[in-house]
Design a protein around this ligand. Structure first.
Ligand code: MEV
Length: 418
């Protein structure tokens, strides 16, 4: 039996273990049941009734590899991170990035309350926007009460609609009402959409009663969840970035490597073409956990890229700088991103692999899950930038990708043979 301390996600040679050994290690790390282990293992398949209930016109399922990233120390807690992804080298890179940040004390992550925002578009052709908004404000307490009645459970858990903001978009003769809802441990899309529609119906009635020629149009959440933000920071001492035995003299100096990583960040800051790829690298870390935990990664992607472009220029989501404090010479990284994820409801609850993945992450709240995900995005970005700024991405990537190529060659040759 492979022994592992409950609190440590650093395992020497984790990548060299067999699948069974890795399963044993993570089982012990998080007290997983045999059913959880089965749900994470290659033997697991979704049973047809459940499969058929998730989407329409089901004919089968599409498997992705599920890997485990190691070395994550986040707000003082250790995590093995489940990542569902088809791309080789991503899980290894996340683990490496986490190891570098671990050497500087691990990730520090902060997040805001789980506030989702819905939009109700009110078409007001008579253009008297300011006085209409004054009217809408007088109706707001009633609107909040009414929309909260659509989700008494959320209310009993301490969540619910909290307030509105009003924006005018004169080009389309519209007032946009932003409805902020604390969705607690849910991702919250359904809750917010239901509330928006209830709010829209209420406003329609009120406008008719008051002879206001305004008409509700679209009623839907925004994926730019700028009130549901997460910020991860990590530092890497120069000593961890140096390779003292490297034949390449530039890699022997950790400060030099750190400078090159900062230069790589500046490239992304000043060039949208590079920013796009820089952010893709961050999403390489984020999407796979979202998938493994049954979360909507398209929503996360949409929010992340809209947030990256919020200033009018598309910018990198992370920042890297150098700290030259005399006793703390290090590379410093920050990733700030909107992250709408849930741990209850939908696939999160129904998919046994998503449930087991959440258990492996110590059954986090939605807020805690977003913090873990943000840390992984930062680790992924660090590992990519370090490779790009030193030896180039292909050396490490191709070493790991070689397994795919060999397999492909084997499959092709076995198909040719009679
Ligand atoms: C590849 O999937 C991701 C990278 O291109 C990210 C980056 O360039 O920063 C390596």
């Amino acid at each position: 039996m492979v022994m592992v301390s409950k609190s440590v996600s650093t395992i020497t040679g984790f990548y060299k273990k067999t699948i069974q050994e890795r399963l044993e290690i993570i089982k012990n790390s998080a007290n997983l049941s045999s059913d959880d282990v089965l749900a994470l293992s290659p033997e697991f398949h979704l049973a047809p009734p459940l499969l058929d209930s998730f989407i329409e016109n089901v004919v089968g399922h599409f498997s992705l590899p599920l890997g485990i990233a190691s070395n994550f120390l986040i707000n003082g807690e250790d995590f093995f991170v489940p990542m569902a992804i088809e791309e080789s080298s991503v899980v290894a890179a996340a683990s490496y990035g986490a190891k570098l940040v671990r050497s500087g004390g691990g990730f520090t992550v902060k997040s805001s309350s789980p506030i989702m925002t819905g939009q109700i578009q009110l078409l007001c052709p008579n253009k008297d926007y300011d006085s209409i908004i004054e009217k809408l404000k007088t109706w707001e307490p009633e609107l909040i009460n009414l929309v909260n009645m659509t989700d008494p459970i959320l209310l009993s858990l301490g969540g619910g609609a909290e307030g509105c903001q009003y924006r005018i978009i004169p080009e389309i003769f519209s007032i946009i009402i932003h409805l902020d809802v604390d969705v607690r441990d849910a991702m919250g899309a359904n809750t917010v959409n239901t509330m928006c529609e209830a709010g829209g119906a209420f406003l329609k009635k009120k406008c008719q009663e008051s002879n206001l020629s305004c008409e509700p149009r679209l009623m839907i959440l925004t994926n730019l969840t700028e009130k549901r933000m997460v910020r991860a920071t990590g530092k890497v001492p120069f000593s961890s970035l140096s390779s003292p035995t490297s034949s390449d003299s530039s890699k022997r100096d950790g400060h030099f490597v750190a400078q090159k990583i900062v230069e790589a960040f500046l490239f992304a800051k000043h060039d949208i073409y590079r920013a796009s790829t820089h952010n893709k690298g961050i999403m390489n870390g984020i999407d796979p956990i979202a998938i493994a935990t049954g979360n909507d990664w398209r929503a996360i992607e949409a929010g992340a890229h809209a947030f990256a472009a919020r200033s009018g220029s598309y910018l990198p989501l992370s920042e890297w700088s150098i700290s030259l404090d005399s006793d703390d010479e290090s590379l410093m990284g920050t990733l700030e991103i909107p992250l709408a994820v849930g741990v209850i409801g939908g696939v999160t609850k129904l998919h046994p692999t998503a449930q087991a993945s959440l258990k492996l992450l110590k059954s986090p709240s939605a807020q805690r899950l977003s913090e873990i995900i943000c840390a992984v995005g930062l680790a992924q970005n660090l590992a990519a930038l370090k490779s790009l700024a030193t030896e180039g991405i292909q050396k490490g990537h191709m070493k790991l990708h070689q397994k795919n190529i060999d397999l492909f060659k084997n499959l092709s040759s076995s198909k040719k043979s009679p």
